[in-house]
Design a protein around this ligand. Structure first.
Ligand SMILES: [Zn+2]
Length: 230
């Protein structure tokens, strides 16, 4: 090795040493501080990330809980509707329910009416005069002149002669306008008539019917007649 070469090597070594000595500490310290800073940043970031993840998980749980609740409510509504629909379908079909409703609807309308009629009849009978063994005959309201009348269908007091409602009496025995009750024994019970017409004498009741044939068929009868001026 030449002298020149040795000098050059020593110079290079000196430069390297100088470089190492100059930058070593500074470089190391700056590296250390950089590493520390990164570690601190990471440490700071970690809890934040954990918090974020925890928040994310919580919000996901919240959403899941809401979804389950809404699902439960929908299922309940559907179940409830289905039960009601089923009840609504079966209710009107049930024959016992319909029959019971019909019976309860019909009975109260008929029974009080019958009871009321019986009470009215009883009250009328209590205040009535009675003609035992009264002669009963029948005439018609057909509109042509014949034995039953002139054919205008009008009673003595000017009112229309109505079948099974108007009767003719002797006004000296039963006052005109009186209510007349008679049971002809034909199963129809006590008939209620009004003495609107005249043309007979004494204990005689002439009952208006709808046709001359019917009047002939009913003929001449005898029955107890009750009357009162009401
Ligand atoms: Zn006639």
């Amino acid at each position: 090795m030449s002298e020149k070469m040795s000098k050059r090597i020593r110079r290079l070594e000196a430069r390297v040493t100088a470089l190492e000595g100059r930058s070593g500490h500074a470089w190391n310290s700056s590296m250390e501080s950089a590493v520390r800073e990164i570690a601190e940043q990471e440490a700071r970031r970690m809890p934040r990330r954990q918090v974020y993840q925890a928040e994310l998980a919580a919000s996901q749980w919240k959403h899941l809980t809401y979804a389950i609740l809404v699902g439960c409510i929908i299922v309940l509504i559907i179940a409830n509707t289905a039960v009601h629909a089923k009840a609504g379908d079966t209710y009107p079909v049930g024959p016992p329910v319909v029959v019971t409703a019909k019976e309860t609807a019909v009975e109260p309308t008929e029974e009080p009416e019958e009871a009321e009629n019986e009470l009215i009849e009883a009250a009328l009978l209590a205040r009535s005069h009675v003609i035992e063994d009264c002669t009963i005959t029948f005439y018609c309201n057909e509109k042509y002149p014949h034995i039953c009348g002139v054919g205008n269908g009008i009673a003595a007091d000017g009112t229309p002669a109505l079948a099974w409602a108007t009767c003719a009496v002797d006004p000296d025995v039963i006052p005109l306008g009186s209510t007349v009750l008679v049971d002809l024994g034909d199963g129809e019970g006590l008939r209620t008539l009004v003495a609107n017409d005249t043309g007979v004498k004494g204990n005689h009741l002439d009952i208006c019917v709808g046709s001359h044939y019917e009047a002939e068929q009913l003929g001449r009868q005898a029955a107890a007649v009750y009357w009162c001026e009401e």
